[in-house]
Design a protein around this ligand. Structure first.
Ligand code: GLN
Length: 531
Protein backbone atom coordinates (compact mmCIF):
# COMPACT_ATOMS: atom_id res chain seq x y z
CA UNK A 1 0.00 0.00 0.00
CA UNK A 2 1.27 3.47 -0.84
CA UNK A 3 2.24 5.88 1.88
CA UNK A 4 1.40 9.57 1.69
CA UNK A 5 3.48 12.68 2.23
CA UNK A 6 1.70 16.04 2.27
CA UNK A 7 3.66 19.21 1.61
CA UNK A 8 2.08 22.50 2.67
CA UNK A 9 3.44 26.02 2.96
CA UNK A 10 2.91 28.79 5.46
CA UNK A 11 3.82 32.44 6.20
CA UNK A 12 4.38 33.53 2.59
CA UNK A 13 4.09 32.07 -0.90
CA UNK A 14 6.99 31.35 -3.28
CA UNK A 15 8.97 29.39 -0.69
CA UNK A 16 9.74 26.62 -3.15
CA UNK A 17 7.33 23.88 -2.05
CA UNK A 18 7.67 22.41 -5.52
CA UNK A 19 11.44 22.11 -5.15
CA UNK A 20 11.11 20.57 -1.68
CA UNK A 21 8.47 18.10 -2.94
CA UNK A 22 10.68 17.19 -5.91
CA UNK A 23 13.68 16.82 -3.57
CA UNK A 24 11.78 14.47 -1.24
CA UNK A 25 10.82 12.45 -4.31
CA UNK A 26 14.40 12.36 -5.51
CA UNK A 27 15.77 11.24 -2.13
CA UNK A 28 13.20 8.48 -1.69
CA UNK A 29 13.84 7.30 -5.25
CA UNK A 30 17.56 7.10 -4.43
CA UNK A 31 16.59 4.67 -1.68
CA UNK A 32 14.96 2.44 -4.26
CA UNK A 33 11.34 3.48 -3.65
CA UNK A 34 8.85 4.09 -6.43
CA UNK A 35 7.36 7.53 -6.05
CA UNK A 36 5.02 9.95 -7.70
CA UNK A 37 4.35 13.61 -6.96
CA UNK A 38 1.07 15.44 -7.45
CA UNK A 39 -0.01 19.03 -7.13
CA UNK A 40 -3.37 20.15 -5.75
CA UNK A 41 -4.08 23.79 -6.49
CA UNK A 42 -6.86 25.56 -4.61
CA UNK A 43 -7.98 27.88 -7.42
CA UNK A 44 -11.27 27.58 -9.31
CA UNK A 45 -9.79 27.29 -12.81
CA UNK A 46 -10.13 23.74 -14.17
CA UNK A 47 -6.46 23.91 -15.12
CA UNK A 48 -3.91 26.71 -15.63
CA UNK A 49 -4.25 26.38 -19.43
CA UNK A 50 -6.24 29.56 -19.80
CA UNK A 51 -4.20 31.53 -17.26
CA UNK A 52 -1.95 34.34 -18.39
CA UNK A 53 1.69 33.49 -17.54
CA UNK A 54 1.83 36.75 -15.56
CA UNK A 55 -0.69 35.16 -13.20
CA UNK A 56 0.81 31.77 -12.86
CA UNK A 57 4.12 31.42 -14.69
CA UNK A 58 4.60 28.78 -17.32
CA UNK A 59 1.95 26.24 -18.15
CA UNK A 60 3.56 22.79 -18.11
CA UNK A 61 2.16 20.08 -20.37
CA UNK A 62 2.18 16.39 -19.46
CA UNK A 63 2.61 13.54 -21.97
CA UNK A 64 -1.11 12.84 -21.89
CA UNK A 65 -1.91 16.45 -22.70
CA UNK A 66 -2.89 18.00 -19.37
CA UNK A 67 -2.04 21.68 -18.98
CA UNK A 68 -0.63 21.94 -15.47
CA UNK A 69 1.24 23.96 -12.92
CA UNK A 70 4.93 24.57 -13.53
CA UNK A 71 5.82 22.61 -10.39
CA UNK A 72 5.12 19.43 -12.34
CA UNK A 73 8.10 20.45 -14.45
CA UNK A 74 10.29 20.44 -11.34
CA UNK A 75 8.95 17.01 -10.39
CA UNK A 76 9.87 15.59 -13.79
CA UNK A 77 13.23 17.35 -14.05
CA UNK A 78 14.34 16.23 -10.57
CA UNK A 79 13.05 12.67 -10.57
CA UNK A 80 12.75 11.69 -14.23
CA UNK A 81 9.19 10.42 -13.57
CA UNK A 82 6.49 11.10 -16.12
CA UNK A 83 3.47 12.90 -14.73
CA UNK A 84 -0.03 12.64 -16.17
CA UNK A 85 -3.40 14.33 -15.67
CA UNK A 86 -3.80 12.39 -12.41
CA UNK A 87 -0.83 14.32 -10.98
CA UNK A 88 -2.59 17.65 -11.20
CA UNK A 89 -5.82 18.72 -9.54
CA UNK A 90 -7.57 22.01 -8.87
CA UNK A 91 -10.54 23.09 -6.78
CA UNK A 92 -12.30 23.76 -10.09
CA UNK A 93 -11.96 20.14 -11.20
CA UNK A 94 -12.98 18.83 -7.78
CA UNK A 95 -16.14 20.94 -7.80
CA UNK A 96 -16.89 20.12 -11.42
CA UNK A 97 -16.70 16.43 -10.71
CA UNK A 98 -18.96 16.73 -7.64
CA UNK A 99 -21.47 18.89 -9.51
CA UNK A 100 -21.49 16.48 -12.49
CA UNK A 101 -22.20 13.61 -10.07
CA UNK A 102 -24.97 15.59 -8.45
CA UNK A 103 -26.59 16.23 -11.85
CA UNK A 104 -26.35 12.55 -12.71
CA UNK A 105 -28.20 11.80 -9.50
CA UNK A 106 -25.31 9.88 -7.95
CA UNK A 107 -25.89 11.33 -4.49
CA UNK A 108 -29.43 9.98 -4.21
CA UNK A 109 -31.16 13.05 -2.89
CA UNK A 110 -28.52 14.15 -0.39
CA UNK A 111 -27.64 17.78 0.27
CA UNK A 112 -24.22 18.31 -1.30
CA UNK A 113 -21.80 20.08 1.03
CA UNK A 114 -18.13 21.02 1.25
CA UNK A 115 -17.82 18.48 4.06
CA UNK A 116 -18.15 15.60 3.28
CA UNK A 117 -18.68 15.73 -0.51
CA UNK A 118 -15.91 18.09 -1.60
CA UNK A 119 -13.49 16.73 0.99
CA UNK A 120 -14.29 13.14 -0.04
CA UNK A 121 -13.68 14.02 -3.67
CA UNK A 122 -10.30 15.52 -2.68
CA UNK A 123 -9.43 12.43 -0.65
CA UNK A 124 -10.37 10.08 -3.50
CA UNK A 125 -8.21 12.05 -5.88
CA UNK A 126 -5.29 12.15 -3.44
CA UNK A 127 -5.43 8.35 -3.27
CA UNK A 128 -6.03 7.72 -6.98
CA UNK A 129 -2.38 7.14 -7.93
CA UNK A 130 -1.57 5.42 -4.64
CA UNK A 131 -4.28 2.84 -5.28
CA UNK A 132 -2.80 1.79 -8.61
CA UNK A 133 -0.26 -0.25 -6.66
CA UNK A 134 2.56 1.30 -8.67
CA UNK A 135 3.98 3.51 -5.95
CA UNK A 136 5.53 3.19 -2.52
CA UNK A 137 5.10 6.90 -1.83
CA UNK A 138 2.69 9.52 -3.13
CA UNK A 139 3.85 13.05 -2.42
CA UNK A 140 1.06 15.62 -2.55
CA UNK A 141 1.91 19.29 -2.70
CA UNK A 142 -0.90 21.66 -1.76
CA UNK A 143 -0.69 24.99 -3.61
CA UNK A 144 -1.24 28.31 -1.86
CA UNK A 145 -0.49 29.30 1.72
CA UNK A 146 -2.00 27.96 4.93
CA UNK A 147 -4.70 30.33 6.13
CA UNK A 148 -6.04 31.11 2.66
CA UNK A 149 -9.79 30.59 2.67
CA UNK A 150 -9.63 28.33 -0.38
CA UNK A 151 -7.12 25.90 1.18
CA UNK A 152 -9.51 24.91 3.96
CA UNK A 153 -11.19 21.89 2.26
CA UNK A 154 -7.76 20.51 1.31
CA UNK A 155 -6.53 20.79 4.89
CA UNK A 156 -9.67 19.09 6.17
CA UNK A 157 -9.07 16.28 3.67
CA UNK A 158 -5.46 15.92 4.87
CA UNK A 159 -6.61 15.89 8.48
CA UNK A 160 -9.00 13.06 7.75
CA UNK A 161 -6.44 11.12 5.73
CA UNK A 162 -3.87 11.48 8.49
CA UNK A 163 -6.40 10.20 10.97
CA UNK A 164 -7.35 7.27 8.73
CA UNK A 165 -3.86 6.32 7.63
CA UNK A 166 -2.02 6.86 10.91
CA UNK A 167 1.73 6.51 10.45
CA UNK A 168 1.31 5.97 6.71
CA UNK A 169 0.72 9.70 6.21
CA UNK A 170 3.06 12.50 7.25
CA UNK A 171 2.79 16.23 6.96
CA UNK A 172 5.78 18.31 5.88
CA UNK A 173 5.21 22.00 6.45
CA UNK A 174 7.39 24.63 4.81
CA UNK A 175 7.67 28.04 6.45
CA UNK A 176 9.78 31.16 6.33
CA UNK A 177 12.16 32.43 8.98
CA UNK A 178 12.83 36.11 8.25
CA UNK A 179 16.07 37.83 9.19
CA UNK A 180 15.57 41.27 10.66
CA UNK A 181 18.67 43.18 9.76
CA UNK A 182 18.05 46.06 12.19
CA UNK A 183 17.79 43.62 15.08
CA UNK A 184 20.39 41.26 13.63
CA UNK A 185 18.08 38.36 14.40
CA UNK A 186 16.26 35.51 12.76
CA UNK A 187 12.62 35.38 13.79
CA UNK A 188 10.74 32.13 14.33
CA UNK A 189 7.42 33.67 15.42
CA UNK A 190 5.81 33.50 11.94
CA UNK A 191 6.66 29.77 11.88
CA UNK A 192 5.06 29.27 15.27
CA UNK A 193 1.93 31.05 14.04
CA UNK A 194 1.85 29.02 10.88
CA UNK A 195 2.03 25.77 12.85
CA UNK A 196 -0.73 27.10 15.14
CA UNK A 197 -2.82 27.67 12.03
CA UNK A 198 -2.17 24.08 10.95
CA UNK A 199 -3.16 22.90 14.43
CA UNK A 200 -6.39 24.87 14.18
CA UNK A 201 -7.23 22.62 11.19
CA UNK A 202 -6.38 19.60 13.30
CA UNK A 203 -3.07 18.86 11.61
CA UNK A 204 0.14 18.50 13.59
CA UNK A 205 3.02 18.90 11.13
CA UNK A 206 5.50 16.04 11.47
CA UNK A 207 8.39 17.74 9.74
CA UNK A 208 9.16 21.44 9.38
CA UNK A 209 11.32 22.83 6.61
CA UNK A 210 12.37 26.38 7.40
CA UNK A 211 13.31 28.61 4.49
CA UNK A 212 15.94 31.06 5.61
CA UNK A 213 18.55 33.42 4.26
CA UNK A 214 20.85 32.80 7.24
CA UNK A 215 21.92 29.67 9.04
CA UNK A 216 19.80 28.66 12.03
CA UNK A 217 21.86 27.39 14.96
CA UNK A 218 20.80 24.41 17.07
CA UNK A 219 19.41 26.69 19.73
CA UNK A 220 16.97 28.19 17.22
CA UNK A 221 16.03 24.77 15.87
CA UNK A 222 15.44 23.54 19.41
CA UNK A 223 13.19 26.52 20.07
CA UNK A 224 11.12 25.79 16.95
CA UNK A 225 10.95 22.09 17.85
CA UNK A 226 9.76 22.89 21.36
CA UNK A 227 7.17 25.48 20.37
CA UNK A 228 5.81 23.48 17.45
CA UNK A 229 5.76 19.97 19.00
CA UNK A 230 8.17 18.62 16.40
CA UNK A 231 11.22 16.40 17.01
CA UNK A 232 14.51 18.24 16.73
CA UNK A 233 15.67 15.99 13.87
CA UNK A 234 12.48 16.96 12.04
CA UNK A 235 13.35 20.65 12.03
CA UNK A 236 15.20 21.04 8.74
CA UNK A 237 16.49 24.29 7.33
CA UNK A 238 16.55 25.23 3.72
CA UNK A 239 19.00 28.07 3.30
CA UNK A 240 19.22 30.05 0.08
CA UNK A 241 21.51 28.15 -2.28
CA UNK A 242 23.11 29.16 -5.55
CA UNK A 243 20.91 26.72 -7.45
CA UNK A 244 17.71 24.75 -6.90
CA UNK A 245 19.62 21.61 -7.88
CA UNK A 246 21.61 21.77 -4.64
CA UNK A 247 18.45 21.47 -2.57
CA UNK A 248 18.16 17.64 -2.62
CA UNK A 249 21.76 17.31 -1.46
CA UNK A 250 21.23 19.84 1.31
CA UNK A 251 18.01 18.07 2.36
CA UNK A 252 19.77 14.71 2.39
CA UNK A 253 22.65 16.11 4.47
CA UNK A 254 20.15 17.16 7.13
CA UNK A 255 18.23 13.90 6.92
CA UNK A 256 14.88 15.10 5.57
CA UNK A 257 14.24 11.72 3.95
CA UNK A 258 15.32 9.73 7.00
CA UNK A 259 13.17 11.93 9.27
CA UNK A 260 10.14 11.16 7.08
CA UNK A 261 10.91 7.43 7.03
CA UNK A 262 11.38 7.31 10.80
CA UNK A 263 8.04 9.08 11.30
CA UNK A 264 6.45 6.34 9.21
CA UNK A 265 8.18 3.59 11.13
CA UNK A 266 10.20 2.48 8.11
CA UNK A 267 13.80 1.29 8.68
CA UNK A 268 16.13 4.04 7.53
CA UNK A 269 19.28 2.14 6.55
CA UNK A 270 22.25 3.71 4.87
CA UNK A 271 22.16 7.08 3.20
CA UNK A 272 22.23 6.44 -0.56
CA UNK A 273 24.81 8.10 -2.78
CA UNK A 274 23.48 10.51 -5.35
CA UNK A 275 26.31 9.79 -7.82
CA UNK A 276 25.01 11.11 -11.16
CA UNK A 277 23.35 14.04 -9.41
CA UNK A 278 26.65 15.01 -7.76
CA UNK A 279 28.33 14.65 -11.12
CA UNK A 280 25.86 17.20 -12.52
CA UNK A 281 26.51 19.57 -9.60
CA UNK A 282 30.27 19.16 -9.96
CA UNK A 283 30.09 19.99 -13.64
CA UNK A 284 28.03 23.07 -12.79
CA UNK A 285 30.49 24.15 -10.15
CA UNK A 286 33.51 23.59 -12.39
CA UNK A 287 32.18 25.53 -15.39
CA UNK A 288 33.81 28.94 -15.64
CA UNK A 289 33.17 30.01 -19.21
CA UNK A 290 29.79 31.33 -20.25
CA UNK A 291 27.49 30.68 -23.13
CA UNK A 292 25.15 33.61 -23.71
CA UNK A 293 21.63 32.86 -24.83
CA UNK A 294 19.04 35.47 -25.70
CA UNK A 295 15.49 34.46 -24.87
CA UNK A 296 13.28 36.41 -27.25
CA UNK A 297 9.81 36.52 -25.75
CA UNK A 298 7.10 38.84 -24.52
CA UNK A 299 6.63 37.82 -20.89
CA UNK A 300 9.10 39.75 -18.78
CA UNK A 301 8.87 37.27 -15.94
CA UNK A 302 11.32 34.63 -14.77
CA UNK A 303 8.74 31.86 -14.39
CA UNK A 304 7.09 32.31 -17.80
CA UNK A 305 9.79 30.33 -19.65
CA UNK A 306 10.84 28.10 -16.76
CA UNK A 307 11.24 24.82 -18.63
CA UNK A 308 13.17 26.51 -21.44
CA UNK A 309 15.65 28.16 -19.09
CA UNK A 310 16.11 24.93 -17.10
CA UNK A 311 16.65 22.96 -20.33
CA UNK A 312 19.27 25.50 -21.42
CA UNK A 313 20.91 25.23 -18.04
CA UNK A 314 21.03 21.39 -18.16
CA UNK A 315 22.51 21.44 -21.64
CA UNK A 316 25.07 24.12 -20.80
CA UNK A 317 26.20 22.16 -17.73
CA UNK A 318 26.88 19.02 -19.74
CA UNK A 319 28.73 21.19 -22.26
CA UNK A 320 30.95 22.52 -19.43
CA UNK A 321 29.53 26.02 -19.59
CA UNK A 322 27.50 28.33 -17.39
CA UNK A 323 24.50 29.61 -19.22
CA UNK A 324 23.92 33.34 -19.13
CA UNK A 325 20.34 33.93 -20.20
CA UNK A 326 19.26 37.41 -21.24
CA UNK A 327 15.58 38.04 -21.64
CA UNK A 328 14.96 40.13 -24.74
CA UNK A 329 11.50 41.65 -24.83
CA UNK A 330 10.35 41.26 -28.42
CA UNK A 331 7.76 43.99 -28.01
CA UNK A 332 10.55 46.55 -27.92
CA UNK A 333 12.74 45.11 -30.67
CA UNK A 334 13.02 47.36 -33.70
CA UNK A 335 15.16 47.28 -36.79
CA UNK A 336 17.14 50.16 -35.24
CA UNK A 337 18.00 48.45 -31.95
CA UNK A 338 18.26 44.89 -33.25
CA UNK A 339 22.05 44.84 -33.58
CA UNK A 340 22.52 46.42 -30.14
CA UNK A 341 20.11 43.99 -28.43
CA UNK A 342 21.13 40.76 -30.17
CA UNK A 343 24.76 40.99 -31.25
CA UNK A 344 26.18 39.93 -27.88
CA UNK A 345 24.29 36.64 -27.85
CA UNK A 346 25.87 33.31 -28.84
CA UNK A 347 22.46 31.81 -29.57
CA UNK A 348 18.83 32.88 -29.72
CA UNK A 349 15.68 31.10 -28.59
CA UNK A 350 12.46 32.40 -30.12
CA UNK A 351 9.91 31.65 -27.43
CA UNK A 352 6.42 30.16 -27.57
CA UNK A 353 3.40 32.37 -27.06
CA UNK A 354 -0.08 33.41 -28.03
CA UNK A 355 -1.53 36.49 -29.66
CA UNK A 356 -0.18 39.40 -31.64
CA UNK A 357 1.84 41.29 -29.01
CA UNK A 358 5.57 41.05 -29.59
CA UNK A 359 5.36 38.90 -32.73
CA UNK A 360 6.84 41.49 -35.12
CA UNK A 361 9.89 41.73 -32.81
CA UNK A 362 10.25 37.97 -32.86
CA UNK A 363 10.17 38.02 -36.66
CA UNK A 364 12.94 40.67 -36.64
CA UNK A 365 15.01 38.51 -34.28
CA UNK A 366 14.58 35.50 -36.60
CA UNK A 367 15.69 37.63 -39.55
CA UNK A 368 18.77 38.72 -37.60
CA UNK A 369 19.64 35.12 -36.73
CA UNK A 370 19.15 33.97 -40.31
CA UNK A 371 21.17 36.78 -41.88
CA UNK A 372 24.01 36.57 -39.33
CA UNK A 373 23.97 32.77 -39.02
CA UNK A 374 23.45 32.92 -35.25
CA UNK A 375 22.33 29.55 -33.81
CA UNK A 376 18.58 29.87 -33.42
CA UNK A 377 15.94 27.61 -31.90
CA UNK A 378 12.31 28.48 -32.51
CA UNK A 379 9.81 26.80 -30.22
CA UNK A 380 6.13 26.54 -31.19
CA UNK A 381 5.16 30.17 -31.88
CA UNK A 382 8.92 30.69 -32.35
CA UNK A 383 8.93 28.11 -35.16
CA UNK A 384 5.88 29.80 -36.68
CA UNK A 385 7.76 33.12 -36.63
CA UNK A 386 10.65 31.45 -38.51
CA UNK A 387 8.20 30.34 -41.18
CA UNK A 388 6.63 33.80 -41.46
CA UNK A 389 10.00 35.55 -41.66
CA UNK A 390 11.09 33.19 -44.44
CA UNK A 391 7.85 33.76 -46.34
CA UNK A 392 8.21 37.53 -46.11
CA UNK A 393 11.90 37.93 -46.80
CA UNK A 394 12.80 34.93 -48.95
CA UNK A 395 9.58 33.97 -50.72
CA UNK A 396 8.70 37.65 -51.06
CA UNK A 397 5.23 37.58 -49.50
CA UNK A 398 5.36 40.87 -47.60
CA UNK A 399 1.97 40.26 -46.02
CA UNK A 400 2.65 36.67 -44.91
CA UNK A 401 1.41 35.97 -41.42
CA UNK A 402 -0.31 33.50 -39.15
CA UNK A 403 -4.08 33.68 -39.26
CA UNK A 404 -3.82 33.98 -35.46
CA UNK A 405 -2.29 37.45 -35.91
CA UNK A 406 -4.00 38.51 -39.14
CA UNK A 407 -7.14 36.63 -40.07
CA UNK A 408 -7.36 38.31 -43.48
CA UNK A 409 -3.84 37.83 -44.81
CA UNK A 410 -3.83 36.29 -48.30
CA UNK A 411 -0.61 34.46 -47.35
CA UNK A 412 -1.52 32.57 -44.21
CA UNK A 413 1.62 30.43 -44.13
CA UNK A 414 0.58 29.52 -40.58
CA UNK A 415 -3.05 28.59 -40.33
CA UNK A 416 -5.44 27.19 -37.79
CA UNK A 417 -5.53 23.39 -37.75
CA UNK A 418 -8.66 22.10 -39.49
CA UNK A 419 -10.06 20.34 -36.43
CA UNK A 420 -9.58 23.49 -34.34
CA UNK A 421 -11.92 25.58 -36.49
CA UNK A 422 -15.09 24.18 -34.96
CA UNK A 423 -13.90 24.73 -31.39
CA UNK A 424 -15.37 27.61 -29.40
CA UNK A 425 -14.26 26.78 -25.85
CA UNK A 426 -10.67 27.83 -25.22
CA UNK A 427 -9.98 25.63 -22.17
CA UNK A 428 -8.10 22.37 -22.77
CA UNK A 429 -8.95 22.23 -26.47
CA UNK A 430 -5.59 22.83 -28.14
CA UNK A 431 -3.55 20.04 -29.70
CA UNK A 432 -2.01 18.92 -26.43
CA UNK A 433 0.47 16.34 -25.24
CA UNK A 434 2.78 13.88 -26.92
CA UNK A 435 2.59 13.05 -30.61
CA UNK A 436 5.07 11.22 -32.76
CA UNK A 437 7.19 12.96 -35.30
CA UNK A 438 8.93 11.31 -38.23
CA UNK A 439 12.29 12.87 -39.10
CA UNK A 440 13.75 13.15 -42.59
CA UNK A 441 16.69 10.69 -42.54
CA UNK A 442 19.30 13.05 -43.99
CA UNK A 443 18.32 16.09 -41.91
CA UNK A 444 20.28 17.97 -39.28
CA UNK A 445 17.52 17.18 -36.76
CA UNK A 446 17.73 13.40 -37.36
CA UNK A 447 21.46 13.49 -36.69
CA UNK A 448 20.80 15.44 -33.48
CA UNK A 449 18.26 12.94 -32.18
CA UNK A 450 20.12 9.94 -33.57
CA UNK A 451 16.73 8.52 -34.51
CA UNK A 452 14.10 8.86 -37.22
CA UNK A 453 11.06 8.75 -34.98
CA UNK A 454 10.62 10.85 -31.83
CA UNK A 455 7.79 11.77 -29.52
CA UNK A 456 7.43 15.29 -28.14
CA UNK A 457 4.78 17.33 -26.34
CA UNK A 458 2.57 19.95 -27.93
CA UNK A 459 0.37 22.90 -27.10
CA UNK A 460 -0.93 24.74 -30.15
CA UNK A 461 -3.89 25.54 -32.39
CA UNK A 462 -2.07 26.72 -35.50
CA UNK A 463 0.21 24.86 -37.89
CA UNK A 464 2.42 25.24 -40.94
CA UNK A 465 0.09 25.64 -43.92
CA UNK A 466 1.26 22.72 -46.04
CA UNK A 467 -0.09 24.16 -49.28
CA UNK A 468 3.10 26.26 -49.20
CA UNK A 469 5.36 23.31 -48.47
CA UNK A 470 6.93 22.88 -51.91
CA UNK A 471 7.61 26.58 -52.25
CA UNK A 472 9.42 26.71 -48.91
CA UNK A 473 11.47 23.63 -49.66
CA UNK A 474 12.43 24.88 -53.13
CA UNK A 475 13.82 28.05 -51.54
CA UNK A 476 15.75 26.21 -48.83
CA UNK A 477 13.54 25.93 -45.74
CA UNK A 478 13.13 22.19 -45.22
CA UNK A 479 10.20 20.58 -43.45
CA UNK A 480 12.19 17.79 -41.83
CA UNK A 481 9.75 16.56 -39.20
CA UNK A 482 6.17 15.47 -39.93
CA UNK A 483 3.47 13.75 -37.97
CA UNK A 484 3.39 10.20 -39.39
CA UNK A 485 -0.42 10.08 -39.46
CA UNK A 486 -1.53 13.57 -40.43
CA UNK A 487 1.56 14.93 -42.18
CA UNK A 488 1.46 18.05 -39.95
CA UNK A 489 4.80 19.86 -40.21
CA UNK A 490 6.57 19.59 -36.86
CA UNK A 491 10.09 20.78 -37.67
CA UNK A 492 11.63 23.25 -40.10
CA UNK A 493 15.33 23.84 -40.63
CA UNK A 494 17.65 25.87 -42.80
CA UNK A 495 20.34 23.31 -43.56
CA UNK A 496 22.73 25.83 -45.15
CA UNK A 497 23.04 27.65 -41.81
CA UNK A 498 25.02 26.35 -38.86
CA UNK A 499 22.06 25.81 -36.55
CA UNK A 500 18.61 27.04 -37.42
CA UNK A 501 15.75 24.81 -36.29
CA UNK A 502 12.13 25.47 -35.42
CA UNK A 503 9.88 22.93 -33.73
CA UNK A 504 6.11 23.02 -33.50
CA UNK A 505 6.46 20.95 -30.32
CA UNK A 506 7.99 21.94 -26.99
CA UNK A 507 11.23 20.01 -26.39
CA UNK A 508 11.70 21.87 -23.10
CA UNK A 509 9.09 19.71 -21.36
CA UNK A 510 11.29 16.63 -21.66
CA UNK A 511 14.72 17.79 -20.50
CA UNK A 512 15.73 16.48 -17.07
CA UNK A 513 18.78 16.92 -14.85
CA UNK A 514 20.12 13.46 -15.64
CA UNK A 515 18.89 13.38 -19.25
CA UNK A 516 19.43 16.74 -20.92
CA UNK A 517 17.45 17.07 -24.14
CA UNK A 518 19.47 16.33 -27.33
CA UNK A 519 18.04 19.37 -29.12
CA UNK A 520 19.17 21.74 -26.37
CA UNK A 521 22.51 19.93 -26.11
CA UNK A 522 23.15 20.44 -29.80
CA UNK A 523 21.90 24.04 -29.77
CA UNK A 524 24.22 24.94 -26.89
CA UNK A 525 27.15 23.22 -28.63
CA UNK A 526 26.55 25.33 -31.70
CA UNK A 527 26.26 28.48 -29.57
CA UNK A 528 29.57 27.68 -27.87
CA UNK A 529 31.28 27.52 -31.25
CA UNK A 530 29.89 30.98 -31.87
CA UNK A 531 31.25 32.40 -28.62
N1 GLN B 1 -0.15 30.54 -30.65
C1 GLN B 1 0.43 29.47 -31.40
C2 GLN B 1 -0.57 28.36 -31.65
O1 GLN B 1 -1.58 28.27 -30.99
C3 GLN B 1 1.66 28.92 -30.71
C4 GLN B 1 1.40 28.28 -29.37
C5 GLN B 1 2.62 28.10 -28.53
O2 GLN B 1 3.64 28.76 -28.76
N2 GLN B 1 2.55 27.25 -27.52
O3 GLN B 1 -0.36 27.55 -32.52
Amino acid sequence: MAKYIFVTGGVVSSLGKGIISASIGKLLQARGYKITIQKFDPYINIDPGTLNPYEHGECYVTVDGMETDLDLGHYERFTGIQTTRANSMTTGRIYKSVIDKERRGDYLGKTIQVVPHITDEIKNNVKLLGETGQYDFVITEIGGTIGDIESAPFLEAIRQLKWELGRDAVSVHLTYVPYLRAAGELKTKPTQHSVKEMLSYGIQPDVLVLRTEKHLDDHMRMKVAGFCNVDLECVIQSEDLPSIYEVPVNMQRQGLDSAILRKMGIPVGETPKLGPWHNFLNLRGAATQEVRIGLVGKYDLQDAYKSISESLSHAATYNHRKVNITFINSEFLTRENLEEKLSRQDGLVICPGFGQRGTEGKILAVEYARRHDVPCLGICLGMQMMVIEFARNVLGYQDANSSEMDSTTPHNVIDMMADQKAISNLGGTMRLGAYECQLAPDSHIASIYGSNLVSERHRHRYEFNSSYLEEFEAKGMKCVGRNPETGLVEIVELPHLRWFIGTQFHPEYQSTVLHPHPLFMSFIKAAIQES
